[in-house]
Design a protein around this ligand. Structure first.
Ligand code: GNR
Ligand code: NI
Length: 167
């Protein structure tokens, strides 16, 4: 299973909006497998298809210590959000940057599984944060968008510098 190249901020491709999955076929299963492989290799606790330039509403997550709790959310819809908490976030598309972001503390989400089954599930803790972070990616939104313009422009400059060094 290949790992897929991850796009980095401020690449405008990260701003694209993903389309709902309509066909639950073998190609979708391959995409999901490749997303997991890419996420575990990175390593990260979540990955959205947009981050590898695939414009489908597909998210993979595993926040477990032992990397044995894979979750795949397809076409996720936020049904409920409760409470607020400010937690430090990072992103595979914004490497080496960690900043606090305010998110809902617990959420209820409707989504489809890789086999097409529809599920409604409640999330809290790190999982709730991660699901919200990944759902943002599907609409072209990044955690740096919640920071001040000053912080975001400093991060942009740092990313552009890092990128030049790796070219
Ligand atoms: O690996 C990741 N860690 C993380 C930490 C705090 C809040 C969100 C995340 S998601 C991130 C992987 C990623 O960029 N997913 O889009
Ligand atoms: Ni991210």
């Amino acid at each position: 299973m290949p790992t897929l190249p991850i796009l980095y901020f401020p690449n405008p491709l990260l701003r694209q909006k993903a389309s709902p999955v309509e066909v639950f076929d073998a190609a979708l299963h391959t995409l999901v497998d490749d997303l997991f492989e890419t996420m575990y290799t990175a390593p990260g606790i979540g990955l959205a298809a947009v981050q590898v330039n695939v414009l489908k509403r597909v998210i993979v997550i595993d926040v477990s210590e032992d990397k044995n709790a894979p979750l795949c959310l397809i076409n996720p819809e936020l049904l409920e959000a409760h409470g607020e908490e400010k937690v430090e976030e990072g992103c595979l598309s914004v490497p080496s940057i960690y900043e606090p972001v305010t998110r809902a503390q617990s959420i209820k989400v409707r989504f489809r599984c890789r086999n097409g089954e529809t599920v409604e599930q409640d999330f809290d803790g790190v999982l709730a944060i991660c699901v919200q972070h990944e759902m943002d990616h599907l609409d072209g939104k990044l955690f740096v968008d919640y920071l001040s313009e000053l912080k975001r422009s400093r991060i942009r400059k740092k990313m552009e510098k890092m990128r030049q060094q790796t070219l």
